[in-house]
Ligand binder design. Structure first.
Ligand code: GTP
Ligand code: MG
Length: 214
């Protein structure tokens, strides 16, 4: 099995895709053949936003993606912008479809980044939540958190459930331009309670090292 990295986040819109694009570039700059898959994308009417972003990047970084279509890297889409449980009208998750898409893509790359939808406890169907996909696909986990007020609680909650499920993970903070008060308001808690605070803006190389070797 090739290296699989599952990118999750404390919520939707935190920066999973943004971080994935940075990871793809960094891994590719190391000479690795990169790939990415977004398992389920909801809110897809004409455009699948994540699929377009990922595919555009992959076409630049790995020639085998040049002729690929959106459905090759996003096997399941729904029109309603909602959790898959709602968007699918409680349809049972087609795990075989996801496994086969992953296996097909990873034949073409050395490292495959798997982007989840929303956060960890997003319900997919009556049986599965997004967190279950990390073990299902035997991937290393990257938790992307935000830097706005409330990020301490959100980060700790996500880390708590990952630990409860015995999933090893690595946390990174994706600070946006509007988060200029992170250093003052939230970061002191993290600097005092962990060895280092990793950020997408400055630590992508270290994150790649850790994930690739975990
Ligand atoms: P879903 O897949 O929809 O759950 O969202 P996501 O977690 O993948 O978030 P995404 O990476 O799409 O980021 C959400 C929005 O914030 C997008 O418009 C990004 O362009 C923007 N964004 C994310 N990270 C950064 C950042 O570090 N800097 C800036 N300026 N914008 C960011
Ligand atoms: Mg995304």
């Amino acid at each position: 099995m090739k290296k699989r990295i599952f990118v999750t986040a404390t919520n939707t819109d935190i920066g999973k895709t943004y971080t994935t694009l940075l990871l793809l570039k960094e891994f590719a700059s190391r000479g690795l053949r990169v790939g990415a898959i977004k398992l389920i994308e909801t809110g897809v009417v004409d455009i699948a936003v994540d699929a377009e972003l990922l595919l555009d990047s992959l076409k630049e970084l790995n020639p085998v993606f040049v002729d690929m279509k959106r459905e090759d890297i996003v096997p399941i889409t729904y029109t309603k912008a909602a959790a898959p449980y709602i968007a699918s009208q409680r349809k049972a998750l087609d795990l075989l479809k996801l496994h086969s898409a992953i296996e097909k893509l990873e034949k073409l790359c050395d490292v495959l980044i798997i982007e989840g939808a929303g956060g960890l406890l997003v319900p997919i169907d009556d049986k599965y939540m997004m967190i279950d996909m990390i073990k299902e696909f035997e991937a290393s986990a990257l938790l992307v958190s935000h830097c706005s007020l409330g990020c301490i609680n959100d980060t700790l909650l996500s880390e708590y459930i990952l630990k409860e499920k015995n999933i090893e993970f690595f946390t990174v903070f994706n600070c946006k331009d509007s988060d200029s008060d992170f250093e003052d308001v939230s970061e002191p808690y993290f600097t005092q309670t962990r060895e280092k605070v990793f950020k997408t803006s400055s630590d992508i190389d270290t994150i790649c090292d850790v994930l690739y070797n975990s």
